[in-house]
Design a protein. Structure first.
Length: 318
């Protein structure tokens, strides 16, 4: 009887010492903008991982594109809760480097979407943008061949905004794939734009300057919005094949209407899900890959109704 009473007392003491739910690790995810569909999809993936893996996942970020100082403060606040690990999409390359270095001395840090000036990430999950550019080149070449019989002719490359690392990588992949596999396709216009209006102007000028223009790669969502509108207004969708990158209601409509041949889409849901999964593994001391490519997919009018395409085009964020 005494042993039973002692055991019961020990159990009661353990309950007092150990807070409820202590077995459930906390892994905050810090994104750049909680209102944008892309980031809402990242958060939806992280939320699903939390449910599947029994992880508490606080969703942190600004109501608009994150200010660097706000994100640094958010990271500091997250650390104050003694999390098992932290997942973060750095808002700015240089400014987040040192804060992440400091944070990594206390807890495992997983990066998603964009890099920072640090070597402290245990793992970095992002789209391989060079591969995305290559996918765009293959899709554009196939569309031009279907229309004209050969993958030959003049094409344009437009990205916005200028001097952004991942856009430069998409352009690099596009150029390299054309040079390696489609020497008959010549880039006659290769310009960045600073806005949707700027992209529309570049596209309008390219059409006016080259009556034989057969294709264009719009390497960002802003560029795709401007290019698509210009192609539609000029009624050039049959003669000029267009591949965009990323999607919203406007560019999806362009795809449905045949203004676009295809859209190269990232997988933000997987980025969020695998970010939490990787962070949990790292927090347990497990070996995780230093980099993880979360993939890119070419969605066309022909395959856009498939289950996989619909997951990417119309993600369930709640």
């Amino acid at each position: 009887m005494q042993r039973i009473l002692l055991a019961a007392a020990a159990a009661s003491l353990a309950l007092l010492i150990t807070p409820a739910g202590a077995a459930q690790p906390t892994i905050p995810i810090i994104v750049k903008d909680t209102t944008a569909l892309y980031w809402q999809t990242v958060l939806a993936g992280a939320r699903k991982a939390g449910k599947d893996l029994n992880v508490n996942v606080p969703e942190l970020g600004a109501q608009a594109e994150t200010d660097v100082n706000d994100q640094i403060s958010t990271l500091q606040d997250a650390l104050a809760g003694n999390p098992a690990a932290v997942v973060i999409a750095p808002a700015q390359f240089e400014a987040l480097g040192k804060p992440i270095d400091i944070a990594a001395k206390k807890v495992k840090i997983i990066g998603i979407d964009s890099p920072a000036d640090t070597k402290a990430f245990v793992s970095m999950l992002a789209t391989d943008d060079v591969a995305g550019g290559r996918i765009a080149a293959d899709g554009l070449a196939a569309a031009i061949q279907d229309k004209y019989g050969k993958a030959e002719g003049d094409v344009a490359l437009i990205a916005a905004p200028p001097s952004v690392a991942w856009l430069d990588q998409r352009a690099e992949g596009f150029r390299k794939e054309l040079a390696a596999k489609y020497p008959g396709l010549k880039i006659v216009a290769d310009k960045p734009a600073d806005s949707e209006t700027g992209a529309a102007k570049i596209m309008s000028d390219a059409i006016a300057a080259d009556a034989n223009l057969r294709g264009v790669f719009a390497a960002s969502l802003i560029a795709a919005q401007g290019v698509g509108q210009t192609i539609a207004d000029a009624k050039k969708s049959d003669s000029i094949k267009t591949i965009g990158f990323d999607s919203d209601a406007k560019t999806i409509k362009f795809l449905q209407d045949g203004v676009f041949t295809g859209l190269v889409l990232q997988d933000p849901f997987r980025m969020g899900y695998d970010g939490i999964k990787t962070a949990l593994a790292a927090s347990k001391g497990e070996q995780v890959p230093p980099t993880i490519d979360t993939g890119a997919n070419l969605i066309t009018k022909a395959n856009m109704d498939s289950p996989r395409a619909q997951e990417l085009l119309n993600p369930k964020v709640r």
